[in-house]
Design a protein around this ligand. Sequence first.
Ligand code: COA
Length: 159
Amino acid sequence: MKKALVPGTFDPITNGHLDVISRAANIFDEVVVAVAMSKKKNTLFPLDKRVALVQEAVKDLPHVTAVGFDGLLTDFAVEQNAHCVVKGLRAITDFEYEFQMAAMNWQLHRSVETFFIMSPPQYMYLSSSIVRELASMNGDIHKFVPAHVEAALKAAYAQ
Ligand code: COA
């Protein structure tokens, strides 16, 4: 039984994240989307809202759940009995940062392995902050996020 964590801030979840999550779900028996508190990021959505948006987005994916966490990712992985962490790699610029995190996580808990899934071309340059910026300026985001996320972003920026 192989269980994997797909961690991130998910502020908010995008179709690029969903591509990684659904492909991880094709490989692993169980996938937990781990939504980080991310105190250093001034997030648009609070943790409970980010988790709820992910839960709605993954509700039709079998064996995929979403939970929030605070603290070290490797501690959470061990607590969840998930010894695989799956991250997406978009443009080459992601590589150095991801390499550093994977190496540090491996130092922290040698039993936790990091796996990478390459983003397809249409999601290579997608990020939550680009989607937030588009939404804040009334740009069309429907190709980049699920409908309920689009609605949540519109509501957030309408205030
Ligand atoms: N599709 C679209 N966007 C993607 C993406 C994909 N496949 N993969 C990453 N992104 C984007 C995100 O949307 C985000 O965009 P933004 O900065 O514009 O909002 C950006 O890439 C960074 O992703 P994010 O999820 O915010 O953070 P991260 O890759 O830096 O890692 C954690 C998040 C939770 C995994 C990491 O902070 C962590 O492990 N935290 C716990 C503390 C810890 O253990 N620290 C020690 C680590 S060595």
